[in-house]
Structure formats: C-alpha cells, structure tokens
Design a protein. Structure first.
Length: 258
C-alpha cells in the first residue's frame, strides 16, 4: 500500500471514496489537522494510484483489512479514522470489526445502505466500463460537476468554470481499480441494525446538496449508532470537503480534539 505521513501527535487515518487517491486530502484537510497537532496518514486504496491492483472479487472486508493493517503497521491503535463516501463505509465497518484499533470516527457522506437511485447509478457506471464506453472529457466534467457539487457553487459562474476546467483536465477512462471499488458498493447490504453495535465516538457529516449520498442516508447512520453526532454543512455537494473546506476542517478539528 502506498501511504504518506505528515505531522506529529495522535494518529488520524484518512480514507478516500471510490476511485480517488489519498492525495485529495492533502489540499485542505491534512494541513488543518497537522496544524492542530495530529499525525495524519493518507493512502491510495487497492487499485488506485501507486497501490497494488485491486484484482477481481474485491470486498468491503478487503478494504477494511487494508486500513487495519496500515494502523497496525504504524504502531497499532487506537487511531482516529476519517472517511468519505465509500471511505465512510470502510471506517464504519472498521469500527465494528476492529474496535481496538479505532479511537474516534468521522464519516462524511455516511450511509448504511444505498437507495434504488444510488444502486442503479453505481450499476450504470460499471456498465460503462464493461462496455468500453468513455465519455468525452467536456461532457464528463459537466456530469461530474452536476453530480458532485452544490447548485450554490455552480451558480457562481467563475467557480463553475474553474471546477469544469479541473474536472475536464482530470477526466479519463475509468480504471480497473475504480471498477472494482464500484462493485464493492453494489455488494453492500443494509447495515443499519449492525451499526447499532458501534461503540466508538462517531461524527456523521452530511453535505446538504449531495445527490450521490443524500443526507437522509447519512442521518440514518447517526440515528442508529449510540451517541453519534450529526452535522450538516449547507451549500455542499458530494465534494463538500473541497467545496467548503473551512467548515469541514472546523468540524474535524473540534471533534477529534475534544
């Protein structure tokens, strides 16, 4: 596994969502957490970036096991864990399966299940890969913006153009690793009852305009985990940690440092 460590202090392991490399956290969240006195670890999950290929048959248990092994490699727990989207599922499952390794948990765009729209969308993304379909970069950037950013961001024409430029530049064919991680999401079953057994302190963060993981799904997680806190950030889509990093970082630092 490819990983990087920054800072000193209590360990915080950051877990990205489907298809995204760990370096995404380095733009906003890592500097804020290091400045607050934490030792922060980012990594590329299986099949992404410099980490080994995912292979066929990737499961959520594989991803959870990878994070557990990383924490053990870095000296053992308890470590705070922060995840978003699929990464939120990973840290939730880690808190359930290996509680001795986990301090506090932050789950952004948390979910215990996918509703029919999210399930069909995920299956459709897999079909694009399986059928060899690659969207034109400009169209890909526009679709990605609509699905992952808040309307508040897109109403600002300069901000919208900046985002579209970045998304178009980074557009490319889906990797086999991303395809494997999408398959993990389609295998997941409703875990609301199971999450009642999570005992680690949990902060669930919902992004108010998220259409990929609607806030209602995040609130479900907070509702079933004993003592969990729920915070919702306005004017944010699925990329809320990039759209409103100040608000996200404030929640992270306050919760992990309390």
């Amino acid at each position: 596994m490819s990983y990087e460590v920054a800072g000193d202090g209590d360990l915080v392991v950051m877990v990205m969502g489907t298809g995204s490399p760990g370096r995404v956290w380095k733009l906003h969240q890592v500097p804020a957490l290091v400045a607050a006195g934490f030792r922060v670890v980012t990594f590329d999950s299986r099949g992404i970036g410099a980490s080994p290929p995912a292979g066929s048959g990737l499961t959520i248990d594989d991803l959870v096991g990878d994070v557990a092994s990383l924490i053990e490699h870095l000296g053992g727990g308890p470590a705070h864990v922060v995840g978003t989207s699929l990464g939120a599922r990973v840290v939730q499952e880690l808190a359930l399966a290996r509680p001795e390794l986990v301090g506090k948990v932050v789950a952004m765009a948390a979910h215990a299940r996918l509703d029919p729209v999210q399930s069909m969308f995920t299956s459709g993304q897999q079909a694009l890969f399986d059928q060899g379909v690659t969207l034109p970069p400009a169209y890909h950037s526009a679709v990605t913006a609509v699905l992952n950013l808040s309307p508040a961001t897109l109403r600002d024409e300069k901000a919208a153009r900046d985002w579209l430029d970045v998304l178009e530049f980074s557009a490319g064919p889906m990797s086999a690793g991303e395809r494997a991680q999408l398959a993990v999401s389609t295998q997941l079953r409703d875990r609301r009852d199971a999450y009642r057994d999570i005992r680690a302190p949990l902060l669930v963060v919902g992004f108010a305009d998220d259409v990929m993981i609607p806030c209602a799904l995040s609130r479900e997680v907070a509702d079933v985990v004993p003592g969990a806190r729920y915070s919702e950030i306005p004017d944010t889509g699925h990329f809320g940690y990039l759209e409103r990093p100040g608000e996200v970082n404030r929640l992270l630092v306050e919760f992990l440092g309390s």
